[in-house]
Structures are given as structure tokens and as C-alpha cells.
Design a protein. Structure first.
Length: 499
């Protein structure tokens, strides 16, 4: 998988820097609290939310179990409708395909509607290297692009910026990318939106090639679906002569009827709306309506490897609503950049290490970027048990073991820096398997409780640096139970009672 932020340290170090940025924390706190409160009200309107959530889970699981059949059915339907389907095993192949398609048109500019898949593979950088300039048209993506920044949220990539910062970016950078910002631009939302509208309008009217992602692909009909709130998607999908869509293979749903579930759960979980302002659907090409040429690039890039993991594969259910980010106490304080990936927050902590592997320091640290509070699972509209996958991936980091990489079974070595943890777990396993040793250890610990240190030595110091070491009881539980409920002790009035 491409898309690692160059020079990113492991999550703990990046997060340590982020929590010291008071402006960043203020921006994140305000935005996430606002979004989560609105989402809660929108979800509460539906009496059958739990049933919709379960239906979404089952639909996605069914599609993943039958992924090969669904993808072949999709290819046949898209081809029959006048489209061309390309298969990309990894980021390099996807970038090569898209770059070649754009070059074949003779154009040197493209407009894009927000697509996390293209960010994942580093498509903009690949196009730039080929002399092709890509213009982001989603407002938040535009802010990130103009500011030479990185996205920090799935739904609101510029969530870490406040209005004053956005105004300054527009004033200083818009002119270098096209129409400059109006004179005297303030930080009022209406003025910022108008400045971006004027800037982008000339891009839409001039562009001959559009690049998109998709929220869903319908195997039954070959239909692609994009949901968005600004109308830029509609412009990118209809005005260009050539449309290229880069979509992860997990975005597929078997039937048209399946969309009914997700078009209810996605907007409420993401933007807290009853339905998206713009829901665009297209099936191949139609004479005199929309692009003349349509290409669909189906992206694997680690997804089939993830599918091979019975526990981790549930991450592929994700519909990119970002609800898990908005309730996560870790994300709220650390921000999205600390995750070193285009997929931040809880979902990024389980998806990125599976797509990229856990060999690098940043990827090995991501499964630990969580308090395991479970809030992410509670709000997920497709019931991804993120805490379960986090624990599963932590085990992979510490213990290593068999995984699937590039379609082949390999044995991972344990990550460096976890030798003490492995030794402690082996010792605990031995002690718990020998009751006599456990009982002796408990009694010794209770009798020596007055000498309990406030912090642990060595590697344990990192744990007690942010936690209190629990106090030891006066006697072990087993001894207390034997003393109060043992064979020689029977509460008054229970003589003769059967047990």
C-alpha cells in the first residue's frame, strides 16, 4: 500500500507532539463534539436503527464471502453498459493505468471528486510526475491541497483547520492554482464558500477528464454511486468527456435493493443528515448524457490479503462514514496526522496495518492507538468490532505468526521492542497453568503489600507513567473465599439445604 506520510514517526511520538498543539486540540474538540451530537439526534429518529445496522453488516459480509462472483458480475454489467474495467493489484499498477488513460486523452489537467482510494495510492503525486495536474474539488480537499497539507479526517479532511487559517490559505495560494481569492476576503463561511465556488467553476467548465471514487458499486447492474454534500461530485461526474473511477473492491454490494440500507445509514452516521444532498449514480455511458468514455479501475492493494484474515476482514465492511473518529477520545486529542495514513482514527488503526502490514514502526504502533473503550463499535453502522480487531492485531505485532501477503502465506517475525511483553505473557501463562504457584505468589504479594512501589521498574515504567499501580488486598481472594465460604463454614439457617 502506498500513502505513508513521508517521515512519519510511530504513533506515540506523533501523538505526543499533537497533544501539545492547543489550537489543533481546540479545532478537533469543537468539530467532533458538534458532529457526534448531530449524529446522535439523526440516528434517534429511526426506531429500526439496530435492524438497519444488522442488515448492513449482513449485506457487506455476504458480498465479501462471494466477492469473486460479485466482481465478475460487476465487470460484465459495466462492460455491457459501455464502460471499460481495469484490474489493479497494487498502487503502482493503479497509478500506471490511470496515468496512461489520462495521457491517451491528450489532456494535462483533471478534476477530482474526493476519493480516499486515490489518496491511498498516491495518485496525485503519480500524475504530477507524469506532467498532469490534478485539481481537488471537494472544499475540504481543496483546502488541504492549497495548503500543501495532509487530510486528517475521513469526512472532513481539513477538520484541523479553523476559519482564520482557511482564509489565509485562500488568500495566499488560490492565485497559484487558478482564480485568486476575492479582495478583502474574510473568514465568514459564506465568503469562504463563494471564493471556492468561483475558483472551482472555471476548473469544471474547462476539464475534459474527471477522476472519482465511489461509495458503492452494484454488482447486479454495474452502477456506481457517489454521495456528497456540495455538488462538486455532480459536476465532475457529468461535465468531463472522460470519467475514470478508482474504487476499492470491497465497495461492492450485490443488488440494487441493498442500497436502500446504506442510503439511510451512511448520511446519518457521517453528516447527520436524513439523506445526502447529492446522490449521483451512473451505469456505463449514455449517448448525449454525461461522459463519452468511462473507465473503472478496481483496486486490490492489500484487500484480498485482509479478506484472508477471519478476524481482520470485518474492517472491509467499512463504508467510510467517520462516526468512529468522532467518538474516539484518542483521535480527538491526537488528530488524524498522527496515524500516518489517509485512514485515521479507529478504522485506520485496524485497516492500515492490514493493507500495509505491520513491519514499519508507524504501522506496528497503530493497533495500540486506542483505549479499547468500545465507543467506535457502538456507533459503527455496519457493526465492525474495532476493539476485537485491535487486540487481534496487537497479538500479531507482539507474537508474529502466519499472515497472507500478496496472496501468499508468510510467517511474520515478532516486532522489535516487545521482548519484555512476550516474556511477561509466557510467565503469566505458566503461573496461571500451575495453581500452586499462583496461590503462593498471591500470598507472598499480599504479605509484602506495604512494600508495593508506586511505579514499575524497567519496561513497566511506561505503563505506570500514566496509570496508578493497583493496591494489593490484605489476603488473596482464594484465601478469603475459603475462610468465608469454605467446607467448614455454613451460614445459619442453611442446614439440610440442597446445593
Amino acid at each position: 500500500m502506498s500513502g505513508t506520510f513521508v517521515g512519519m514517526p510511530a504513533f506515540p511520538e506523533a501523538a505526543h507532539r499533537a497533544v501539545g498543539d492547543r489550537t489543533l486540540r481546540g479545532n478537533l474538540r469543537h468539530a467532533t463534539h458538534t458532529i457526534r451530537a448531530k449524529r446522535a439526534r439523526a440516528v434517534a429518529e429511526l426506531s429500526d436503527w439496530a435492524a438497519l445496522r444488522e442488515a448492513g453488516r449482513q449485506i457487506k459480509d455476504h458480498a465479501l464471502r462471494h466477492l469473486e462472483r460479485c466482481l465478475v458480475q460487476l465487470e460484465d454489467a459495466v462492460t455491457a453498459a459501455g464502460g471499460v474495467v481495469h484490474w489493479a493489484a497494487d498502487a503502482e499498477e493503479a497509478n500506471r493505468i490511470v496515468t496512461g488513460l489520462v495521457k491517451a486523452t491528450g489532456e494535462s489537467e483533471v478534476v477530482k471528486v474526493k476519493s480516499m482510494a486515490t489518496q491511498e495510492i498516491g495518485l496525485n503525486e503519480a500524475l504530477e510526475a507524469a506532467g498532469i495536474r490534478a485539481y481537488e474539488t471537494d472544499l475540504a480537499e481543496l483546502i488541504v491541497q492549497l495548503g500543501q497539507d495532509r487530510p486528517s479526517h475521513i469526512l472532513v479532511p481539513a477538520i484541523h483547520r479553523n476559519r482564520g487559517e482557511i482564509r489565509d490559505i485562500f488568500r495566499s495560494e488560490m492565485g497559484a492554482w487558478g482564480r485568486p481569492a476575492p479582495e478583502g476576503l474574510t473568514d465568514q463561511p459564506a465568503e469562504l464558500a463563494e471564493a471556492s465556488r468561483l475558483h472551482l467553476r472555471e476548473k469544471f467548465l474547462r476539464a475534459k477528464v474527471g477522476i472519482s471514487g465511489a461509495n458503492f458499486m452494484v454488482a447486479e447492474t454495474g452502477t456506481l454511486v457517489v454521495v456528497e454534500s456540495e455538488g462538486n461530485g455532480r459536476m465532475c461526474l457529468t461535465l468531463p468527456e472522460t470519467l475514470i473511477s478508482v474504487v476499492g473492491i470491497e465497495k461492492i454490494v450485490p443488488t440494487w435493493q441493498d442500497l436502500e440500507v446504506f442510503l439511510q445509514t451512511l448520511p446519518r452516521s457521517s453528516t447527520a443528515e436524513r439523506m445526502n444532498p447529492y446522490t449521483s449514480m451512473w451505469t456505463g455511458t449514455t449517448d448525449g448524457d454525461g461522459p463519452d468514455t468511462f473507465h473503472l479501475v478496481l483496486l486490490d492493494n492489500g484487500r484480498t490479503d485482509t479478506l484472508a484474515d477471519p478476524v481482520g476482514r470485518q474492517a472491509l465492511r467499512c463504508i467510510r462514514c467517520s462516526a468512529c473518529l468522532n467518538v474516539c477520545p484518542v483521535y480527538e486529542r491526537a488528530g488524524g496526522h498522527a496515524y500516518g495514513s489517509v485512514y485515521p482514527g479507529p478504522i485506520g488503526a485496524i485497516l492500515t496495518p492490514q493493507l500495509r502490514g505491520v513491519q514499519s514502526p508507524i504501522d506496528a504502533s497503530l493497533p495500540y492507538a486506542s483505549s479499547l473503550c468500545g465507543a467506535c463499535y457502538e456507533v459503527c453502522p455496519v457493526a465492525i468490532d474495532i476493539p476485537e480487531v485491535l487486540v487481534h492485531l496487537r497479538e500479531r505485532v507482539v507474537q508474529g505468526g502466519p499472515v497472507t501477503r500478496n496472496g501468499a502465506k508468510v510467517i511474520l517475525k515478532p516486532a522489535k521492542g516487545h521482548a519484555a511483553e512476550r516474556a511477561a505473557m509466557r510467565a503469566a501463562r505458566w503461573v496461571l497453568g500451575h495453581p500452586g504457584a499462583l496461590r503462593t505468589g498471591q500470598r507472598l504479594a499480599s504479605r509484602a503489600r506495604r512494600y508495593r512501589p508506586r511505579t514499575l521498574p524497567g519496561p513497566g515504567r511506561a505503563w505506570t507513567a500514566s496509570r496508578d499501580l493497583p493496591a494489593l488486598p490484605a489476603e488473596p481472594f482464594r484465601d478469603w473465599w475459603q475462610r468465608t465460604h469454605g467446607e467448614n463454614h455454613r451460614p445459619a439457617g442453611t442446614e439440610g439445604n440442597a446445593t
